[in-house]
Design a protein around this ligand. Structure first.
Ligand SMILES: Nc1ncnc2c1ncn2[C@@H]1O[C@H](COP(=O)(O)OP(=O)(O)OP(=O)(O)O)[C@@H](O)[C@H]1O
Length: 264
């Protein structure tokens, strides 16, 4: 880290978000530090996507603040790369993988400029290469597999050279083997890039994330988390209205750990 780089990229304090009189997020505090790999888990409707939209600046907090001054905007089009939850590809849409990645260069400031510079095309190829799919550059996006398409979307998020990569349930349509490859790749990217990811798969979370934020209107942050098949059963059967399932799980791990067992 250079002297000008801040350790804290995003600082969320006492954030509340209300929509139509409904309290969707309440008193959220979260700090995203450079190098983090944070998994956000929580039940459907718990506010995960809403939190990501607030960080991206697509929504404004009702109360509290999100400080993103730690993110430099020196180069590229955006300090945050975003891979959304749902991307519906129109089967008649003729774009190639390269075209989709190049869309990552389109910012408000250059909306009226047509075409791409040679440098932008080169950067798009580099992003595809980084994700191991540059050989798909000229293939139509609709002709790619779910896993390949997901990598194209990450390449699109990376082409603006972000410092923070935000992903919303990125592997919903990828098979188990593809998911392992995908998360291995994210782990590799995390060497240079900070990652904040919504994910429902606790095994994945336990294997890849460095810390976990459990969100159900309120947020509970945990520095570390371990999971097992039993724990997943507990997670999905517990009620998580106001309490944190990770707290329940952690308690349960303590309860089932044999006396004299290694305390880790
Ligand atoms: N545009 C909107 N207008 C009004 N309410 C909304 C809007 N978008 C989301 N909500 C509500 O906000 C709450 C949180 O939704 P959000 O999509 O953030 O949850 P989530 O945790 O991402 O859910 P999931 O796991 O199902 O994707 C839900 O009650 C939802 O109905």
């Amino acid at each position: 880290m250079t002297k000008t780089e801040s350790k804290v990229l995003v600082d969320i304090s006492s954030l509340c978000y209300t929509n139509g009189g409904v309290d969707i997020l309440h008193d959220i505090n979260l700090t995203v530090n450079r190098g983090d790999f944070i998994a956000v888990i929580g039940p459907n409707g718990g506010g995960k996507t809403t939190l990501l939209k607030l960080i991206l600046g697509l929504l404004q907090p009702t109360r509290g603040a999100i400080d993103v001054r730690g993110l430099r905007r020196a180069s590229g089009t955006g300090a945050i790369g975003y891979v959304p939850q749902h991307v519906n590809h129109n089967l008649n849409f003729p774009a190639t993988a390269l075209d989709v990645v190049l869309m990552g260069n389109h910012s408000a400031s250059r909306r009226l400029r047509f075409g791409n510079s040679r440098r932008e095309v080169m950067q798009a190829h580099e992003a595809l290469e980084k994700l191991g799919i540059n050989d798909c550059a000229d293939r139509k996006i609709v002709a790619l597999s779910g896993g390949q398409r997901q990598r194209v979307l990450i390449a699109r998020a990376l082409v603006g050279q972000p410092e923070l990569l935000v992903l919303d349930e990125p592997t919903a349509s990828i098979d188990t083997k593809g998911q392992t490859d995908f998360y291995d790749m994210l782990k590799e990217l995390n060497k240079d890039l900070t990652i904040l990811m919504v994910c429902h798969d606790l095994m994945i979370v336990a294997s890849y994330a460095k810390s976990i934020a459990c969100l159900n209107r309120r947020l509970h942050y945990h520095d570390s988390f371990r999971s097992s098949g039993d724990v997943i059963d507990i997670f999905y059967s517990c009620s998580v209205q106001e309490m944190c399932p990770v707290g329940v799980i952690t308690q349960n791990i303590k309860d089932i750990r044999p006396v004299g067992g290694k305390d880790d």
